[in-house]
Design a protein around this ligand. Sequence first.
Ligand code: UDP
Ligand code: MG
Length: 318
Amino acid sequence: MNKIMVSVIIPAYNEGENIELVHEALQKEFAGLSCDWEVVFVDDGSMDDTLMTIRALAATFPEVKYVAFSRNFGKEAALLAGLQHAGGDAVIIMDADLQHPPALIPELLEGYQEGYQQIIAKRNRNGESKHRSFLSSLYYKAVNSLIEVKLCDGEGDFRLLGRQAVDAILSLSEGNRFSKGLFSWIGFDQKTIHYDNVERQNGDSQWSMKQLLEYGIEGILSFNQRPLRLVMYTGLIVMALSLLYIGIMFGMILARGIDVPGYFTTISSILFLGGVQLVSLGVIGEYVGRIYMETKKRPHYLVKESNAKRDNREQSES
Ligand code: UDP
Ligand code: MG
């Protein structure tokens, strides 16, 4: 068996207390494995001592690489930076809060040795707040009926990607990145392994309800134009209904002579149509906004400091 190189990518935002814990856990795991490894911490503009801790680790341990952003650019940008700076034949993506158990690494690597390009670690939702898991399951139902790629509840970013899959992800140049969808979109041979949900180690989840909602909308809109079509269908249905209504009213007027229609019908149709139009405009606006952002071609993140070389095998776009 050839010795392979494994990179572990860890996005970290205000994870000061967790960095050393993750690193220790990784050390322990890889000590029992016969492969080279490195860890790439991506400090996503943390406001606590995350960067200091990472720097100190990097000074002591040669396998610790890091990229520090100039401000908080979000987890998606951090993942991208991690992938771009990872030099391994296989890349493992995991969270800094130890919710993705490092104990699964041997199993992930087994899948890689079997020839899979994506080994997905799927969790159940034990111990998560009820309303959040309910909302999630609802969301996945809705989203899967709207987009072509398949998203599964419990399949997060925790996974191992082979070099082929990493290069495929890096070749997608879009500015609005929705990793879950991209991972599913690139395909390749996939294998799923299962694990039990773990509670966060230190600190709080960095996701607010608002961010989750935005993430959700991003997921729906970044994959196709189906919402636009939905808007069109709604318009058609409303139009057909109102034509029907007009026909019936007209027939009644002819049959029974002129009647004074109430305010109710007028007001309700105005309000209803107004609502439909506003929503439609909103959906179109979302897409136009996206085009606007994409045309600016801004980089996904800015690096303040780093000890890792960017892996430019694929292309030199940022
Ligand atoms: N994270 C990040 N940038 C952000 C928010 C989060 O890099 O703006 C990282 C965070 O440090 C953690 C991972 O993304 O390693 C998952 O975040 P979190 O645990 O808050 O999310 P959850 O597990 O609740 O989905
Ligand atoms: Mg977490």
